[in-house]
Design a protein around this ligand. Structure first.
Ligand code: FAD
Length: 458
């Protein structure tokens, strides 16, 4: 017998339940990735993610070849391509990871219908893209289909038994016939951020191994240190599924200690946002909880939006983080929080405009994590304190006390020592003139007053 394994956001050989199940059930297995024209056309495949995806596919193909297999790549609509390949290979069974977005659900349904029409079966596996399947943990008594608050979700999530881990296969047999398009190359992608990380399962496992020992021990104390850059940087590996979230939770729990606990909690935030999106797909675009905002828009705030995007708002820590995003296609979580708060609450610009800009650059750009974190910061999401506003000067002084992070990304300010770099406007005349750095686009008091008035909090 022959089975097809459709890889989506699980581009790995380790701990991959659909691959494991197919290998257990069939004599020959055909691994497939479809370059989905819906996703390419919708503009989601921005350069940074296209380049990283190319690395992931090359890595998957290489890993399969080491084991006697290969990856088949096709372009088109997944349901059509899977059916075509199943016919070519004489396969009756197709294995795939359960998706979480509205689009992934539609893709799954289209696939099931098309396969059944030609007498094939679709096998869908949970807890592949997230550690705990969205929808498997619900508040129960309240009758709601998902948790809208993180802490009770975290409690219930922590009580769930994790599924067992699956080792990477040692060998696989692949039918000879079906052809593949060439594996895409990162080199063919234009407009990629200079400091973009390398993708692929080997790179992900190396990153994890390099960070794990000291990184996880110090994670609880250091994860908010902007200059220390002490977080795992595994978000793109989790996004493309070159690392398994179940494996990470297993490993961290086995290690234990405050750092590991804090890391597991962040992995739970990832699952939390996925379960909100799975239950409320519209939250990708519409307010999860409307605050009746009268947001400033592209038209009414064009100059402020451009200054924010280009890292020249005049607030050093905001500008540093926005420049890191452009340069690396990644930004520290504390930077994401304070730049998003600055756009939504100080400039009072629609969170969707910021979320779109992030998605255009982030290598880990992810509908669940990006849109719902943006909503969390904007106060339209699941934050129980929707009107808190992060002050960028205080944030800078607290999370970059020596100003090292700012000087790393904002060379105009490299001559200013220590934490004074967070308030260049306080410098005396000639020193201020020498740094050729813009004045703040808006005063913080003015921004706060505008926000309070617009939210009827004044
Ligand atoms: P670590 O601190 O090492 O955390 C480990 C893992 O936990 C991360 O890789 C990530 O998968 C998960 N995680 C950590 N924090 C969060 C969080 N707040 N929400 C959900 N998962 C989390 N993360 C994305 O993966 N994709 C996005 O598009 C994205 N957009 C964001 C937009 C905004 C406005 C904000 C405030 C946060 C966003 N995040 C997003 C969450 C978080 O900032 C990143 O996951 C984190 O910075 C990635 O760095 P890391 O891998 O070193 O994280």
């Amino acid at each position: 017998t022959v089975a097809v394994v459709l890889f989506t956001s699980n581009l790995r050989l380790h701990d991959n339940p659909p691959l494991h199940a197919a290998l257990a059930a069939a004599d020959e297995v055909l691994p497939l990735f479809v370059l989905d024209e819906h996703i390419t056309d919708a503009g989601f495949r921005v350069p940074n993610r296209r380049a990283f995806l190319a690395d992931c596919l090359a890595g998957l193909d290489a890993g399969l070849r080491d084991r006697g297999g290969r990856l088949v790549i096709r372009s088109g609509r997944p349901a059509e391509e899977v059916c075509r390949l199943a016919t070519e290979a004489g396969a009756r069974d197709v294995y795939v990871a359960a998706g979480v977005t509205a689009y992934a659900h539609r893709r799954e349904e289209a696939l099931r219908t098309a396969l059944e029409a030609q007498g094939c079966r679709l096998h869908v596996h949970d807890a592949v893209i997230t550690a705990v399947a969205p929808g498997s943990v619900t508040p129960g008594s309240s009758g709601s289909d998902h948790f809208a608050v993180f802490t009770p979700y975290f409690r219930r999530w922590s009580e769930q038994p994790l599924r067992e881990l699956f080792a990477a296969p040692r060998a696989l047999r692949v039918p000879e016939g079906p052809g593949s398009e060439p594996v895409p190359s990162r080199m063919a992608v234009a407009g990629v951020s200079e400091g973009l990380a390398r993708g692929g399962e080997s790179a992900a496992r190396e990153r994890f191994a390099a960070w794990y020992g000291d990184g996880i021990a110090g994670y609880g104390d250091r994860h908010d240190d902007l200059a220390g850059d002490a977080t795992s940087r595994l978000s793109p590996d989790l996004h493309f599924g070159t690392l398994s979230p179940v494996e990470l939770v297993h490993r961290a729990r086995a290690t234990g200690g405050p750092g590991a606990d804090a890391f597991v909690r962040q992995l739970c935030w990832r699952d939390f946002h996925h379960q909100v999106l799975a239950a409320r797909p519209a939250a990708a675009h519409t307010d999860y909880r409307s605050r009746h905002d009268r947001w400033r828009t592209e038209r009414s705030a064009a100059d402020d939006i451009a200054a924010w995007q280009e890292g020249r708002t005049g607030y050093p820590v905001v500008d540093a983080a926005m420049r890191q995003l452009r340069h690396e296609g990644w930004m520290h979580n504390r930077g994401r929080l304070l730049t998003a708060s600055f756009l939504a609450k100080t400039l009072y610009v629609d969170w969707r405009i910021g979320a779109r800009h992030f998605l255009g650059l982030l290598v880990d750009g992810d509908i669940a994590n990006n849109q719902l974190n943006w909503q969390w910061v904007a106060g339209t999401g699941t934050d129980s304190r929707p009107n808190r506003v992060l002050n960028p000067v205080l944030q800078g002084r607290r999370y970059d006390p020596e100003g090292t992070y700012v000087r790393r990304w904002v060379p105009e300010l490299s001559g200013i020592e220590g934490g004074a770099v967070h308030e260049p406007w306080k410098l005396s005349g000639p020193a201020r003139d020498r740094c050729a750095y813009p004045e703040p686009v808006v005063g913080l008091a003015e921004g706060l007053a505008r926000f309070k008035e617009a939210r009827d909090l004044a």
